[in-house]
Design a protein around this ligand. Structure first.
Ligand code: MLC
Ligand code: AMP
Length: 471
């Protein structure tokens, strides 16, 4: 889809924001935006014309340069989880049609392209003028292999501007996080947001309490697991008292974690809600009420509604529970090569079906109640499709059948638990290792329960709610 672009996406690189020698700190490197622009434009020159660029998304300066280079060249960027096993990696590379892999070794079956941090190309900010897909982000559905979500530059620009407005995010901020660089949270918000608003960015490698305490930023991003680990580390948490804003997202922030963070840091955290497909659509505001258990109000330009199972709109009365549907300028352009899945994601009247169940109050505040399907699991903020893990388990010769569920977990929100019917010649540890070899590390089961049979309904469908009750 080619629309007119809305102007430069990475406005801070385009100039006018001043520069500091440490505008970006990551993996032991400090770079100014001028250095980043120089290296990224040299890289853009090397990949121009490629159909898509895969980036092995380690938390490194090379990853940031490659992603920015892709955006400058107008080549869609496909972030690849660095710990993904051959099955997942092979699927992403083939499905996306990526011709080059930044950070690759050549063993991945695709041409590697090196990133030179010291290179200097161009010097001025030049971005393609059309609004094609900026990113293809692979994300899990309830069944099957991950789908490529097409995200345009204009959706990203609108999404980042909405957040900047709601969070009063400016060039005065120093953003700190240690999230992975292959998702909306860590990469699109956590890197490109800084390059659009002009804030400095400190990436801590891993999002540990000690690293967050040491970074001395003004704006902190984390998934609930990060915040709950920080809240359990009193001295680290107290160091964040000097920050301006703490932001939680990607999964529900438990109310006790909200309260404890507020008590230790003096900051009531912002909670915001979104999806890979929609970017961030609802958030509490820097200048508004931050209510525990609530994700706040629609961001600028976003509309939301609740619908019942019959598809009819439901009242925003603070009590009625329905599926949350959203529309607005931040929506994706479809799933790559999957017109049917794309069509199913939208209602006839143009609303995106989130698959989340929510309540909207008369004051407009949104509360996410849960997911409509038990087959989409959120563990540590990672979205994991039960079907993908089940398929990986069934590939094992000793496995007759498998059912995967998300069990409530105090640290991770949900933990991946697999019920497996096997021939006895295999252990749970072996099956966990088998999945880890194929998929990303976070998708492997934390627990494998070997069973004789799985509870099923008359249609033969596994009764996952019964499995969850057993846990
Ligand atoms: C993991 N480990 C296992 C295991 N799973 N070991 C055995 N069996 C398993 N099943 C290993 C890990 O490899 C690690 O080893 C160690 O156990 C600790 O793992 P962990 O408990 O998972 O902790 P950690 O690795 O620290 O991960 C927690 C986390 C991580 C919160 C840091 O889950 C994370 O980065 N989450 C962010 C996800 C995210 O960004 N989501 C955004 C999606 S976008 P070792 O050796 O490595 O220590 C989105 C849009 C939006 O959702 O709204 O934002
Ligand atoms: P992902 O595509 O990885 O971004 O996953 C999107 C899903 O994460 C949503 O559909 C929600 O189920 C969940 N999610 C994101 N943010 C929140 C939040 N603040 N509260 C509850 N669930 C959330």
């Amino acid at each position: 889809m080619d629309r007119a672009a809305t102007g430069p996406l990475l406005t801070a690189l385009a100039g006018g924001y001043g520069d500091a020698a440490d505008a970006l700190r990551i993996d032991g490197h400090a770079m100014s935006r001028e250095q980043l622009l120089g290296a990224a434009s040299a890289f853009a020159g090397r990949i121009a014309g490629a159909p898509a660029l895969a980036v092995l998304a380690r938390p490194s300066a090379e990853t940031v340069v490659a992603v920015v280079g892709g955006l400058l060249a107008g080549v869609p960027v496909v972030p690849l989880p660095p710990d993904s096993g051959p099955t997942e990696r092979g699927h992403i590379l083939k499905d996306s049609g990526a011709a080059l892999l930044a950070g690759g070794s050549g063993d991945e079956g695709i041409d590697p392209v090196a990133v030179d941090l010291a290179a200097r190309g161009g010097g001025s900010y030049r971005e393609t003028a059309s609004d094609g897909p900026a990113f293809v982000l692979y994300t899990s559905g309830t069944t099957g292999a991950p789908k490529g979500v097409l995200i345009s530059r204009s959706a990203l620009a609108a999404g980042l501007d909405g957040l900047a407005e709601a969070w009063q995010w400016t060039a005065e901020d120093t953003l700190v996080h240690g999230l992975p660089l292959f998702h909306v949270h860590g990469l699109l918000l956590g890197v490109l947001g800084a390059l659009r608003t002009g804030s400095k960015l400190v990436h801590t490698g891993r999002p540990t309490p000690a690293a967050y305490a040491e970074a001395r930023g003004s704006l902190y991003f984390g998934v609930p697991t990060v915040w709950s680990r920080l809240a359990a580390d009193e001295s680290a948490a107290r160091e964040l008292a000097s920050a301006r804003l703490l932001v939680s997202g990607s999964a529900p922030l438990p109310v006790p974690v909200f309260e404890r963070l507020a008590a230790l840091t003096g900051h009531r955290p912002i909670e915001r809600y979104g999806m890979t497909e929609s970017l961030i659509t609802v958030s509490t505001r820097a200048d508004g009420e931050r209510r525990p258990g609530s994700v706040g109000l629609p961001l600028p330009g976003v509309r939301t509604r609740l619908v019942g199972e019959d598809g009819r709109p439901l009242p925003a009365d603070g009590e009625t529970v329905g599926e949350l549907q959203v529309s607005g300028p931040t929506m994706f352009d479809g799933y790559l090569h999957r017109p049917e899945a794309t069509a199913e994601a939208w209602t006839a009247d143009g609303w995106f079906r989130t698959g989340d169940v929510a309540v909207i109050g008369p004051d407009g505040f949104h509360r996410i109640v849960g997911r409509a399907s038990v087959d989409l699991i959120k563990s540590g903020g990672y979205r994991i499709g039960a079907g993908e893990v089940e398929a990986a388990l069934r590939d094992h010769p000793a496995v007759a059948d498998a059912a995967v569920v998300g069990a409530p977990d105090a640290d991770l929100g949900q933990a991946v638990v697999a019920y497996v019917i096997a021939d006895g010649a295999v252990t749970g540890e072996q099956l966990t290792a088998f999945v880890a070899e194929r998929l990303s590390v976070h998708k492997r089961p934390r627990r494998v329960v070997l069973v004789e049979e799985l509870p099923r309904n008359a249609m033969g469908k596994v009764l996952k709610k019964q499995l969850l009750e057993r846990l």
